[in-house]
Write a protein that binds this ligand. Sequence first.
Ligand code: ATP
Ligand code: MG
Length: 384
Amino acid sequence: MSSNIGIGTLITPPAMLGIVGGGQLGRYFVMAAHTMGYGTTVLEPDPHAPAGKVADVHIAAAYDDPAALDQLASTCAVVTTEFENVPAAAMEYLAAHTTVHPSPTAIATCQDRIAEKQFLTDIGVTVAPYVAIITDADLAVAASFRFPAILKTARLGYDGKGQVTVPTHHDLVEAWQTLGQVPCVLEQRLALERELSMVLARTADGRVACYPVAQNEHVDGILDISFAPATLPGTGHGEAAKLCSYIAEELGFVGVMAVEMFVVGSDVLVNEIAPRPHNSGHFTLDACLCSQFEQQVRAICGLALGDAKLIVPGVAMANLLGDLWVDGEPKWERALWQQAAHLHLYGKREPRPGRKMGHLTTLSATVVGATTLARRLRSQLTAD
Ligand code: ATP
Ligand code: MG
């Protein structure tokens, strides 16, 4: 169901929106779409995946299953993805039969660290010094590289998986073997002052909305705490918005994406692009008028983009990993008793260590206040 009212083609309710990937990001997308009156179809092989439970239709098949793709293509007005590693051929097949946002080309660029860094370099965006490691010959060339470094698989990494520290050039061969000798990037390990990210939305006709920059802290390669707005000097938020909008434009991106940035001295380097909503954008669910998921619906349907401003002075988001369940169910009442805290649980069955089971958002008059509260409440969930 689409209509043209002179400002571009809009996809309007009750059109069916398709989504590839059924994790928590997909679940929030489905919830936002339902609120606005759209139907939803999720393609996700895991029969117990969070988004599958809430979607109108859950196709529990492989991401490249031909019959599943035909069903998506024939029933959905637009298809998007929350799963970064969806096979490129599947997205291309879908794009030949229905509207797909973001484009398969944009997704393919973000799926492969070598292609992504090459793209960023080509458009003049600074990234950490790196070399691609594809063949044995590349190992020798890397002798002149600045160590210590991190070897990252070009594809399929997430939450720090598929990464090995390489202290010196002598350790490189073994590190590459550990990663199965697949194509990798060897990246200089930088002394990061801060990690930042920006979530933004872009429509097919080039309208852009940027959320405030968030500051992120990782533990063991996994996002631990994120808070917004990041304290930036002077025009920092505006400059970040300019940089990230430029990247989105050059990528021809349509939908919601996130740009992860490293601050090293006075430089801002781009770490990677997530071609979808982002964990560090979960604060928008409770602290913005339009969440990153409603924004994703708006962007891919060509609607007006929602207001991306914060409605509170400070917000923090603490991830709740499966580790919290080691002694049984966490004491949720300790968070639920607080007016300023918002508990999110994704409905996942098995709380494995390192698995993102939910998150806690805290709102406050200051960012520091929100962050302190998030840390305190999370630790109380498992305290005696
Ligand atoms: P995610 O999917 O959670 O974003 P990922 O597995 O894709 O993570 P990266 O974002 O590349 O991997 O790295 C994870 C974290 O490791 C970064 O957020 C940062 O804390 C650290 N890290 C990555 N690259 C570097 C680097 N070159 N120098 C220093 N620290 C780094
Ligand atoms: Mg990352």
